[in-house]
Design a protein around this ligand. Sequence first.
Ligand code: IMP
Ligand code: MG
Length: 174
Amino acid sequence: MPDVRVLISTEELQARIDELAGAITGDYEGTRPVLVCVLKGAVFFIADLTRRLPFDLEIEFMAVSSYGQSSESSGVVRILKDLDTDIEGRHVLIVEDIIDSGLTLQYLTKSLRTRNPASLEIVTLLSKPSRRTAELECRYTGFEIPNEFVVGYGLDYAEKYRNLPYVGVLDEAG
Ligand code: IMP
Ligand code: MG
């Protein structure tokens, strides 16, 4: 896959996930939180993150989809797969691959808040702050990146490249 330029190496990813895990452990140890993985992009991140969290927790999966074919998020989000558990009174941490406009997570957090969790926070591996249009509070951010389309470590372009062990920039000529 030579058309992908490395932006964040495997080593950098793992070192930063160590730090995030340390912060999350300090905040959540003993609360038995529910970590919500947003499919599919966050699968690699939640797998590496939770293996560094040395306390009881639960893992849940959600799948959401924006309406339409556009690569721009519309902010109108459909829940394709919902949680298997009731989160009322639980400490919930949403685990996301990347926040771009923020519209997807803004919708998701609004929706989950109506279920009355004890707390609701977000950890995202990547963030493109220059693209943010939605008001969104993110508790933990792995890396802030420039406004470039990235793939790998769970992130795809047309379902390709998720299996790269690093985060890279897709060369448009590729
Ligand atoms: P938002 O609603 O604009 O924040 O969109 C977030 C979603 O768009 C992410 O969960 C990804 O699925 C997708 N996305 C945004 N930027 C990228 C990118 O650079 N590469 C791959 N997917 C992206
Ligand atoms: Mg996503």
